[in-house]
Design a protein around this ligand. Sequence first.
Ligand code: DLZ
Length: 169
Amino acid sequence: MAKKKNLSAYDKEKVPEASGMRIGIVVSDWNSDTTGALLEGAVHTLQSQGINAENDIIIERVPGSFELPQAAALMIQSCPVDAVICLGCLIQGETRHFEFIAQAVAKGCMDLSINTLTPVIFGVLTTDTHKQAQDRAGGKHGNKGDEAAITAIRMIAAKKRLKSDENIK
Ligand code: DLZ
C-alpha cells in the first residue's frame, strides 16, 4: 500500500523565493467548515513564504466546487494573477453527482491551465466521508491548502524558468 503523504510536508529547499508573486484563490462554500480550513492553510503558507496577503492574495468565494473553474477563468482574465488556487471539498453521497462534479472540476482546472498558461492548482478534496476531509484540512494528514500553496509557488517559478531567454537554445 502506498505510504500516506502528509499534505503539509514539503521540502523547503525546493520552494523558490515567492515575494512579489500574486495569487488568486477561489474557494467553494459547500462543506465550508472544511474549505475554510483549506483557505486558512493556503493563506498562511503563502504568507510564510513571503507573499503579502493584503496586496497579493485575491480571494473569491463561489457556491460549489463545480463553479471553481469558471471563477478561476474570470480571475485570470480580469486580474493580474500569476496563479489561481481552486479550493473545494467534494464528499461522496448516495448518487453519482460526486463523480460528475469531481471529473468536471479536475478537467476544468487542467484545461484552463493549459489554455491560459497560468498555473491553476487543484486544491479540491474528494473523499468518501466528512471525517476523511477534515483529516486533510488541518487534521492528521495535514492540510491540502498548504500543498496547493506550495504547488502554486513552484509552478510560477517553473513557468518563469521555462519562459526565460536562457532556456532558448
Ligand atoms: C450539488 C452538490 C453536491 C451534491 N455536493 C457537493 C459537494 O460535496 N461539494 C461541493 O463543493 N459542491 C457540491 N454540490 C454543489 C455543486 O458543486 C454546484 O455548486 C451545484 O451543482 C450548482 O452548479
